[in-house]
Design a protein around this ligand. Structure first.
Ligand SMILES: Cc1cc2nc3c(=O)[nH]c(=O)nc-3n(C[C@H](O)[C@H](O)[C@H](O)COP(=O)(O)OP(=O)(O)OC[C@H]3O[C@@H](n4cnc5c(N)ncnc54)[C@H](O)[C@@H]3O)c2cc1C
Length: 538
């Protein structure tokens, strides 16, 4: 049996940050347990490799949601990273913190210390921004944030000019003074290599003698003495091990697996657990409830000019891109295809942007997701414009269906169950067409390829949305932070209500999903959470 000070479950976006910070003091002995394996594969390290890992069971939990009536009874595919770096090793690398108001909302929901002014220093702490230190950015931190204005596809600039023609402010920095407007995304990429949290935070810390990282180790249960968490039960390469923590167990398994693990450990809705024969350690009705995500639809436009499809569909194009990358770590393989976008308001009476737009100079309109297969661009020049609503109000759930830790939990998305969500989705869909019909982008549009001109009436637009919309993989809020154990799972110091020695620190503790992508806010939560752990044991 092993005994350490801290056990961290999951080496994902949050877990790698936690492992680094908690092991900075050589007196702390830290064990990081990760169900997946090594991230030393070109599919992970080469930025555009995420087309390969997107549906590769070697690196991916590959969840499927329950059929959702709002999405024409479709079950959606939800990739989640199962590898060192977690989802930061398979994501699209876009670095967006969210809107200042997102975090003020967290604070105002009963979570002191989580307002924008209080979380900004933690965003900056992690950061090694390519522009150096400023009021908004940090330099010298572990995680590189880069900009690609000289490398993005030229059509991105056409998209930005079109946004300006629609009256949107051009922004140089979505993470600076102007979070609203149209511009280019910053990315977690360092010198042409994916800047996962594994590369940024874990690898340097692995040199420390007081940090042990165990891969292929799936935690199956948290162990308790009375109400105190004292360790975990874990399957390591198929055999069960008991691992003990003197100070704390920290769950960082992500928005699907952290609530699953709590439920397997007897922390969750009492009636659910009893029904599955799991002894109830602590009744907490909120575990697995409150699931939020961003639901997105893409409109595809055939283009009169070359797009990345021309570069990446033909074999000779793929070879050229490969050589370009090998010679200088540049070109389309060295960055995300998600290159430009916008945060805008769909109605004049709104005080904050409610739509998140993406412009990709590539299209995958005919691409079905098949395990282990690279996503393939369309064989004709085309691009896509997508959107999701920033702050959806519908909420779903994650629930175990048996006491078997190896069986996948039920994910119910419950999308589009509020009037606000329906209205935002309709307005967003209309806006995509308005953009494509505005010059200069209109000049390069050959035709709308999908959904196509047959979709016209509001009913048809909504029906199309229900038939085609999908996740942008921002699952969160399933172990939400809040003061009341009646609805929340952790308190504002991320301690699980009703037990001791146990925290959750990952995207599941968000009280509301942030307005943008969720990796940067997860890293911030881990930075702040690590400080809280260390303060409480000082
Ligand atoms: C395909 C995709 C694209 C995305 N694109 C972007 C983007 O461009 N920008 C952005 O900001 N966000 C993006 N996201 C979202 C972002 O990556 C996630 O919100 C973030 O990584 C969540 O971090 P986490 O620490 O909560 O969970 P994860 O990073 O998923 O980490 C959880 C870790 O815990 C491990 N684990 C789980 N259960 C156990 C267990 N029982 N025992 C041991 N280990 C366990 C998992 O294997 C995993 O490594 C994307 C996500 C995906 C999937």
């Amino acid at each position: 049996m092993t005994q350490v000070d801290y056990i961290i479950v999951g080496a994902g976006s949050a877990g790698c940050v936690l492992a680094n910070r908690l092991s900075q003091d050589p007196r702390n002995h830290v064990l990081l347990l990760e169900a997946g394996g090594s991230d030393r594969s070109p599919a992970i390290q080469v930025p555009l490799g995420y087309g390969l890992t997107f549906s590769d069971p070697k690196y991916n939990w590959m969840y499927h949601t329950e059929p959702d009536p709002a999405l024409a009874q479709r079950s959606a595919y939800w990739p989640r990273g199962k590898v060192l770096g977690g989802s930061s090793s398979i994501n699209a690398m876009v670095y967006v913190r969210g809107q200042a108001g997102d975090f003020d909302d967290w604070r105002d929901a009963g979570n002191p210390g989580w307002g924008w002014d209080e979380v900004l220093p933690y965003f900056k702490k992690s950061e090694d921004h390519v522009w150096g230190a400023s009021k908004h950015h940090g330099a010298g931190g572990e995680m590189r944030v880069s900009e690609f204005s000289k490398q993005v596809h030229p059509l991105c600039h056409t998209f930005i000019e079109t946004g300006a023609a629609l009256g949107w402010q051009k922004t140089e920095d979505f993470n600076g003074e102007h979070a609203e407007g149209v511009g280019l995304w910053q990315m977690n990429i360092r010198d042409g290599i994916r800047e996962s949290t594994s590369n940024a935070f874990l690898r340097p810390a692995m040199k420390r003698a007081n940090l042990r990282v165990q891969t292929h180790a799936q935690v199956t249960r948290v162990l308790f003495e009375g109400q105190r968490a004292i360790g975990v039960e874990c399957l390591v390469d198929g055999s069960t091990q008991i691992l003990k923590a003197r100070k704390e167990v920290v769950l960082a398994g992500g928005a699907i697996n952290s609530p699953q693990l709590l439920q397997l450990s007897g922390v969750g809705d009492g009636a659910l657990l009893q029904g599955l024969g799991i002894p109830v350690r602590q009744h907490l009705a909120g575990v697995g409830q409150g699931l939020q995500d961003h639901l997105c639809v893409s409109y595809f436009f055939k283009s009169k000019v070359r797009t990345l499809n021309n570069d990446l569909y033909p074999l000779h194009g793929k070879l050229k891109a490969g050589i370009q990358y090998l010679l200088g770590r540049r070109g389309p393989l060295g960055m995300s295809v998600n290159q430009a976008g916008a945060f805008v308001r769909s109605r004049a009476d709104l005080t904050r942007p409610n739509l998140h737009l993406y412009f990709n100079p590539i299209s995958y309109s005919g691409d079905a997701i098949k395990p282990g297969r690279m996503r393939s661009p369309d064989p004709f020049p085309a691009f896509l414009i997508s959107f999701n609503t920033c702050r959806p109000t519908s909420r779903g759930s994650v629930q175990i269906q048996s006491s078997n830790p190896l069986s996948k939990p039920l994910i119910r998305t419950n999308f589009l169950t509020t009037e606000q969500d329906l209205r935002d989705v309709f307005e967003g869909s209309q806006l995509l067409r308005r953009i494509a019909a505005t010059r200069p982008l209109a000049d390069v549009v050959a035709c709308e390829h999908m959904p196509g001109p047959q979709v016209q009436t509001p009913e048809q637009v909504m029906q199309d949305f229900r038939q085609r919309a999908g996740s942008v993989y921002h699952a969160s809020c399933t172990c939400a932070m809040g003061a009341s154990p009646a609805s929340a799972v952790v308190d504002a110091r991320l301690r699980v209500h009703g037990v001791q020695g146990l925290r959750v620190i990952d995207a599941s503790v968000f009280p509301f999903v942030t307005s943008g992508n969720t990796n940067a806010p997860t890293v911030m939560v881990a930075e702040k959470g690590a400080d809280m752990v260390l303060q409480d044991h000082a």
